[in-house]
Each structure stands twice: as C-alpha cells, then as structure tokens.
Design a protein around this ligand. Structure first.
Ligand SMILES: Nc1nc2c(c(=O)[nH]1)N=C([C@H](O)[C@H](O)COP(=O)(O)OP(=O)(O)OP(=O)(O)O)CN2
Ligand SMILES: [Zn+2]
Length: 138
C-alpha cells in the first residue's frame, strides 16, 4: 500500500523595513513605477510567512516533517535574517534585488531549500492584509 501524503504548514511573522527602488532605473522611473513605496526614507510591514511542505507521512513518526525542525529552519535561516531589519541595507541578497514580496519569496525559498529539499512545497507571504505572494520554486 502506498504511504499517504500530506501538506503541512507553519506560520510565522516578522517585521521589516524596505524601499522599492531599482538601481537599474532612473529616479524618475523609480518614482513612476513604485510611487509611494519609493519614498526615500522607506516604510515597514508586518509580514506573515507561511511555509508548506508536502510529503509522505512517516510510518514510524506519523509526521511529514517534525514541526520543531520546520520552525527551527524558519527561525535560523529566515527570521533571524529578516526580523526587525531593513531588507535593503541588512540583507546582502537585496543589495542588487528590489525588495518586492515576489523577490522576498524567492529569497526565502532559497534559504530553506537546502534544509527541506524536495519536501519544500510553497512559500506564502502576506505583505499587507491586501497583498499576498505564493512561490513554488518555479
Ligand atoms: N508586485 C508588487 N507590487 C508592489 C509590492 C510588491 O511587493 N510587489 N509592494 C508594494 C509596497 O511595498 C507597499 O508597501 C504595498 O503598498 P500598498 O499595496 O499600497 O499597501 P496596502 O496593501 O496597505 O494598500 P493601500 O492601497 O495602501 O490601502 C507596492 N507594490
Ligand atoms: Zn512595502
């Protein structure tokens, strides 16, 4: 009999500041594209991060992944780097990438992939109550 498979998710939150600004665009283009989010002094968000894994329910443990391990990976490899930081100034990755939620999702995927491998299914980030990004490694 094949082993049943499950989706398992963990939700965490973090707060960070940022400014949407591309070094590849002129100041005028940046202002036109990013508008208020290009304000020179930046702004902040209380981000909601949901990481989902998908895989076999281990016969012995009854788990896809131990939530203690998943939470540790998120804390060590993501939250410690992002929480209460300025994404553009404190995170190397965003020195050359605009800190949009799309790019943030790709960054978080890359941070977790080495630890979760093929079990990693989805990164979901809520930037505001109205804006949400889903990334599945495509
Ligand atoms: N494709 C994207 N567009 C925008 C992003 C993004 O990450 N990807 N991010 C922003 C800003 O960072 C911004 O702070 C969000 O602004 P906004 O949507 O205006 O904020 P609210 O959800 O609170 O909506 P209100 O219109 O202010 O009510 C912009 N664009
Ligand atoms: Zn923003």
């Amino acid at each position: 009999m094949t082993q049943p498979r499950c989706y398992l998710s963990r939700r965490e939150t973090f707060s960070a500041a940022h400014r949407l600004h591309s070094k590849e665009l002129s100041d005028e283009e940046n202002k036109a594209i990013y508008d208020k989010c290009n304000h020179i002094n930046g702004h902040g968000h209380n981000y909601v991060l949901k990481v989902t894994v998908f895989g076999d329910i281990d016969k012995r443990t009854g788990m896809v992944v131990n939530l203690t391990d998943l939470t540790s990976y998120m804390k060590i490899h993501v939250l410690q780097h992002l929480d209460h930081k300025n994404l553009d100034l404190d995170v190397e990755y965003f020195k050359n990438q605009v800190s949009t939620t799309e790019n943030l999702a790709v960054y978080i995927w890359a941070q977790l992939k080495p630890h979760l491998g093929d079990l990693l299914h989805e990164i979901k980030i809520g930037e505001t109550e109205k804006n949400q990004v889903v990334y599945r490694g495509d």
